[in-house]
Design a protein around this ligand. Structure first.
Ligand code: ADE
Length: 224
């Protein structure tokens, strides 16, 4: 999978993709993430990306031209499956959407800033708008990092244990059951006996019951 991220503040994203699972995914050649400075496509002598909104009002708006030039250039390099705009009023990112995007080959992710982008970007250049939650961030970079992480960890071979992404919370519509590790008893706090029993069918049943119980308690909306 190849992801191009377009940002007005690319430094915000560098460290995120040079650590841990995301770095390993790139070293293994399973994912390639390129972070681009949108200013490289600005024709303004001060490399500006924003301008005043027509009709007045507070805040600046990202102009269409550098965004269009960037997307056009990147589309010339490979077949792009999705051009995603991170925006608080996009559709909410959930596991099902991450699964859907994980089978795409090439994506461009555009990070908004200031008041947002000229509406014509959204109408003509974007295939999806995605929000990571009902709150407003100061830019789309964190949201782009969240989306990329949620998608890249699903690519086959990225996680060490092939089954571990499948046992994530939400993959089966339930939150994950509790996990324990050694010691089996700490200051009198014990690990449930069943997990030490070695009886796999019973362990699986216990985990499923726990997941169901937790979902009812914490996220009843998931049960429909
Ligand atoms: N940009 C600003 N806030 C955002 C959010 N909640 N989700 C996605 N992109 C954003």
């Amino acid at each position: 999978m190849h992801i191009d991220i377009l940002s007005a503040v690319p430094r915000l994203l560098d460290s995120w993709f040079s650590e841990s699972i995301l770095q390993r995914a790139q070293q293994k050649g399973l994912a390639e993430v390129k972070i681009h400075d949108l200013r490289n496509w600005s024709t303004d002598k001060h490399r500006r990306l924003d301008d005043y909104p027509f009709g007045g009002g507070a805040g600046m708006v990202m102009t269409i031209e550098p965004i269009h030039r960037a997307i056009t250039e990147l589309k010339g390099q490979r077949v792009v499956d999705e051009v995603i705009y991170m925006s608080p009023d996009g559709i909410l990112l959930e596991q099902g959407l991450a699964n859907t995007l994980s089978i795409k080959n090439n994506m461009i992710i555009l990070c908004g800033h200031y008041k947002g982008v000229d509406e014509r970007v959204r109408t003509h250049l974007i295939t999806r708008e995605i929000s990571i939650g009902n709150y407003v961030l100061s830019g789309g970079e964190l949201a782009a990092a969240v989306l990329s992480d949620a998608v890249i960890r699903l690519l086959p071979g990225v996680l060490g244990d092939e089954t571990s992404a499948l046992s994530d919370s939400f993959q089966d519509g339930l939150v994950a059951p509790p996990d324990y590790t050694r010691p089996a008893e700490y200051q009198g706090w014990k690990v449930p006996d069943v997990l030490l029993s070695g009886h796999q069918a019973k362990i699986d049943e216990w985990r499923h019951d726990q997941a169901l119980e937790r979902t009812k308690e914490r996220r009843p909306g998931l049960l429909g």
